[in-house]
Design a protein around this ligand. Sequence first.
Ligand SMILES: [Mg+2]
Length: 230
Amino acid sequence: MTAAPEELASVLAPVRHVLLDFDGPVCSVFAGFSAPDVARRLVELLSGPDGPPPGHDESDPLALLRRIADEREDLVPVADEALAQLEMEAVDLAQPTPGGVAFLEACAASGRSVWMVSNNATVAIERYLDAHGLRRLVAGQFGRVSGQPKSMKPSPQLLSAAMTAAEAKPGDCIFVGDAVRDVEAAHAAGMEAIGYANKPGKDAALTEAGATAVSTSMDDLAWAVMNRDV
Ligand SMILES: [Mg+2]
C-alpha cells in the first residue's frame, strides 16, 4: 500500500536529517550505460590467466563486487577502483528521477539537511551532483567505502557515518530508498525508512520489509516535506 501525501507529511514532520539513497530517488545511474554492460566491462577488466573473476555471470555490478569480496578478497582493491571508474562513466548518462530535485529543494527550504547514502562510489555521486548543480542541496555523500564492499547496505555502516557527520540521533533521521536492503540498513541503524517504489511490485516488497511508508512519487515526497502541518 502506498501512502497518501498527507501520511507522508506526518511521517516526515519530526525529521531533521534525511538520509537519501542515490540510485533510484535521485537518478537512474545505469539508464544509459546499463548495469549488465557495466558488469560485463568489469569482468573483462578483471579477467586474467586464471579466467574470469567470481560472479562473472552477475548482471548487477554491485552484486558482482560482493561476490568478488566473498570469494577473491585479493581482487577487491582493483575491482572496486575499476567499478568506481565505470560508475563515473555511467553517471554521465544517468537519467534524473522525476521529482528528485524538487525533493532536495524542499528539504533545503524546510531546513532539513540531506545526506546521500549509497552503495555507489562516492566519486560517482559527487560527479553527478556537480554536473547537475546539486551539491549546494546536499550536506554530504557517503558512498561505499573504497576497498570495503562490506560497507554496502544492508550494512548500517554508511548510515551511521552520515549520522555521526550530522551529529544526529536515529530519531532525528529517516532513510529514503528504493530497495529492501535500504529498509534493512535503516532498521539496523535504528531509524525508520520511507520506501520509494519506482517499479511495479516494489511497494509490496518495501512494505513487507517494514518501511514506515511507501511512495511511488518523489514529487509527493517533496510536497510532504513542504506541508508538515496538514
Ligand atoms: Mg537505490
